[in-house]
Design a binder for this molecule. Structure first.
Ligand SMILES: [Zn+2]
Length: 289
């Protein structure tokens, strides 16, 4: 199965009204666990690298690791630079072999976001690399767990502006803001799915939701039906990995436990968690879509 781009995976997802998770493959245990789960369930997969979340893993090693995993997978796997914030960073990810990149210009003034995103799209498309842009700002942080605040509605993505942005930049995927937050959700969750439907009506490219973890499982079918095709999923999985690690440490005696036992436990954890997320996303069995 070839190493594919997010467009190859997400255009069929949008047509088939299911989502594909973008899973943060910060290290080898994560990448190996996710890939095994995707192959076991015949699911397409997006392996993401985010240098803000795993700053101790150099991108020069982390991204090629994901690329290698994608190249040897039995299912379609796209590799993805998550939240690239400069032309240089995106260019580096492309040189390292990523099939897809994100340029997050959402904190820039609108016209500047259009200008920089368009420039990056031109460069990336010249080498066959797909680009995700972002419009409207997504609150919270997946790095500093516990700082998430609900975003004000004024920062949500405007549907008309989203249509203009996609047309003028040529992005392949658009990340949108509609009450989703990075990191854990605190308090009551208010997702403006009416807004997602309105954007999906006006924009032809697949829509990405960042902050896709940690929601009540009953919400996912509705979120996906409203028009989300790419589900960024990390924080809840990262937190449950630590709970699993604590159980592991509590159950074994310190004389018999070594680091390789932890590696094995983490691979199993990420494998099991990814299967659960594929099920939530509705992408199991969609490897030929
Ligand atoms: Zn994000």
């Amino acid at each position: 199965m070839p190493h594919v781009s997010i467009t190859d995976i997400l255009v069929p997802a949008r047509q088939g009204r299911y989502a594909v998770p973008s899973l943060l493959a910060g290290n080898l245990e994560m990448a190996v666990g996710f890939l095994a789960a995707a192959e076991e369930t015949c699911s397409p997969l997006i392996l993401a690298f985010n240098r803000h979340v795993t700053p101790d893993i150099p991108m020069e090693l982390g991204l090629p690791l994901a690329v290698l995993a994608a190249q040897r997978a039995a299912v379609p796997v796209a590799t993805f630079l998550d939240h690239g914030n400069s032309l240089d960073e995106v260019a580096q990810a492309i040189r390292l072999g990523a099939s897809s990149v994100m340029f997050d210009g959402s904190s820039l003034p609108y016209e500047e976001n259009v200008r920089q995103t368009r420039e990056i799209v031109r460069m990336a498309h010249a080498t066959g690399v797909a680009v995700e842009g972002e419009l409207g700002s997504i609150a919270g942080s997946a790095v500093e767990i516990g700082t998430a605040q609900a975003a004000p509605e004024s920062s949500f993505t405007d549907p008309q502006l989203a249509a203009d942005f996609v047309k003028r930049t040529g992005v392949d995927v658009l990340a949108i803001s509609f009450g989703n937050v990075h990191g854990p959700y605190r308090g009551e969750v208010h997702l403006d799915l009416e807004r997602v439907r309105a954007i999906a009506m006006l924009v032809e490219v697949p829509l990405a939701m960042h902050g896709g973890s940690g929601l009540d499982e009953s919400l996912y079918p509705e979120i996906i039906a409203s028009g989300i095709s790419k589900l960024g999923y990390y924080t809840a999985m990262g937190i449950s990995a630590v709970a699993q690690l604590r159980r592991c440490l509590a159950e074994a005696s310190s004389e018999t436990l070594a680091y390789h036992h932890i590696i094995a436990a983490m691979v199993r954890h990420f494998h099991a968690e990814a299967k659960r997320v594929f099920k939530l996303s509705g992408c199991m069995g969609r490897m030929h879509a």
